[in-house]
Design a protein around this ligand. Structure first.
Ligand code: AMP
Ligand code: GLY
Length: 422
């Protein structure tokens, strides 16, 4: 089968490497991919948001199956457009991708169907939002309604900060249209767990749980990033918590979406917080997480393409999805200065032994060299029998890879290890 994977990051590289293991796959095209992905797929210079060009490419090249990985083309209807031309896809249609595309939609869905989440108010008027903040409990959380490159969430420790966030989003247009409406919600506490799941609209199969590390610096300090590393499984996600999540969150969400006439097919990502009152939804994403995918898929046993096709053809209930008993750790190597300002164009050297462990996020080809081209440059994943070994091996691999001004966190998994020791 000839497959296209839409997207260009480490997540897409992990999806492509896993798909390559399938005996059914003959050729993979990445649209647009990147310089590192080029080692595992044919990269085609079509932007992930150029939906007409994606559809044309798929038709012209007799593509059999499409995987749309990033949020923005999903929300913009890439799957709808491909399906209209008869190309089967992995990923939700726009009417279901809205679960990530609009936080107001997601919050209202949860309220209507009794799915546990932080208490909230929504506002489309800055005046009313500012007035509400006069008496709102502090700290509070301000969220832009629409997609904002993962930057649309502000945890405000003071009333002033909260007001400033509202002013930036609603009056100064910090996130454009995405910030015209905001959600202001209760600040929750507790460990965070990411659970990606396969769902065909009726059946939901959670994948192995994981933990992201969002802050740039060791000890969870510094700015929020797209994610500096991940581990799986997440030790806070005990069997008891998992059972509650299935009962109170996963099944009710899938049923709610179906009931609303928006059956969700693809990967639904549950961003959860295990609060003292039980698990609650922090956010839904309509896609695989990045860099969660870089630890989850290496633990998947079996054929990813077959599972994806079962999702598309709504026969997930009859399909076996198994994860290995081991653990995985991914350390992101970024360019110094990320997530603010960083330089690009430094040569990357990766020894051959490390290559199977590397998922490239921000690099391009320059002649026969690979050079840095993004803030997050690559993710290095190790799989082992247990978490301490996976972490150790990931850091050993990181030490063998070089580019100037590389920086990475040295404490990925440290909190998870403490939880295991308890
Ligand atoms: P997001 O960009 O939606 O992934 O949110 C970024 C981060 O903000 C989450 O991973 C949480 O750490 C934090 N966050 C979001 N909502 C809340 C909340 N209601 N209470 C506490 N922290 C939150
Ligand atoms: N790692 C969080 C996300 O993919 O949104």
């Amino acid at each position: 089968m000839k497959i296209i994977v839409v997207g260009s990051g480490g997540r897409e590289h992990a999806i492509i490497k896993k798909l390559k293991e399938s005996p059914k796959v003959s050729e993979i095209f990445a649209l647009p991919g990147n310089g590192g992905i080029a080692a595992d797929a044919t990269c085609v210079d079509i932007s992930a948001m150029d939906i007409p060009a994606i559809v044309r490419f798929a038709k012209d090249n007799a593509i059999d199956y499409a995987v749309v990985a990033p949020d923005d083309p999903l929300v913009a209807g890439c799957v709808d457009a491909l399906e209209a031309e008869g190309i089967p896809c992995f990923g939700p249609r726009a009417n279901a991708a809205i679960i990530e595309g609009s936080k107001v939609f997601a919050k209202n869905l949860m309220k209507q169907y009794g799915i546990p989440t932080a208490r909230y108010e929504t506002f489309d008027d800055a005046e009313a939002a500012l007035k509400y903040l006069e008496t709102a409990p502090i700290p509070t959380v301000i969220k832009a309604d629409g997609l904002a490159l993962g930057k649309g969430v502000i945890i405000a420790a003071t009333r002033e900060e909260a007001k400033q966030a509202v002013i930036s989003m609603m009056r100064e247009g910090q996130f454009g249209k995405s910030g015209e409406r905001v959600v202001i919600e209760e600040f929750l506490t507790g460990p965070e767990v990411s659970v990606l799941s396969f769902t065909d609209g009726q059946t939901v199969v959670p994948m192995v749980s994981s933990m992201d590390h969002k802050r740039a610096g060791d000890g969870d300090t510094g700015l929020n990033t797209g994610g500096m590393g991940t581990i799986a499984p997440n030790p806070y996600y005990t069997e008891k918590v998992a059972a509650r999540c299935m009962e109170e969150i996963f099944l009710p969400t899938i049923r709610a979406m179906a009931k609303e006439g928006r059956p969700f097919k693809g990967c639904l990502y549950f961003g959860l917080m295990i609060t003292p009152d039980g698990p609650k939804v922090i956010e839904y994403n309509c896609r695989f997480g990045d860099p969660e995918t870089q630890v989850v898929l290496p633990l998947l046993e079996g054929d990813l393409l077959e599972i994806m096709q079962a999702v598309t053809e709504e026969r997930l209930a009859e399909t076996t999805v198994r994860f290995s008993e081991g653990a995985a750790a991914c350390v992101i190597m970024a360019s110094e200065g990320y997530p603010v300002a960083y330089e690009k164009g430094y040569e990357i050297t990766i020894p051959n032994e490390a290559l199977p462990h590397v998922y490239v996020a921000g690099a391009k080809r320059q002649g026969d060299k690979l050079v840095t081209s993004g803030g997050r440059v690559l993710g290095v994943t190790a799989v082992a029998e247990n978490l301490p070994q996976a972490l150790k091996q990931a850091y050993v691999l990181v030490d063998t890879i070089h580019f100037d001004h590389a920086f990475y966190r040295r404490d990925i998994g440290a909190r998870a290890l403490k939880a295991v020791e308890k």
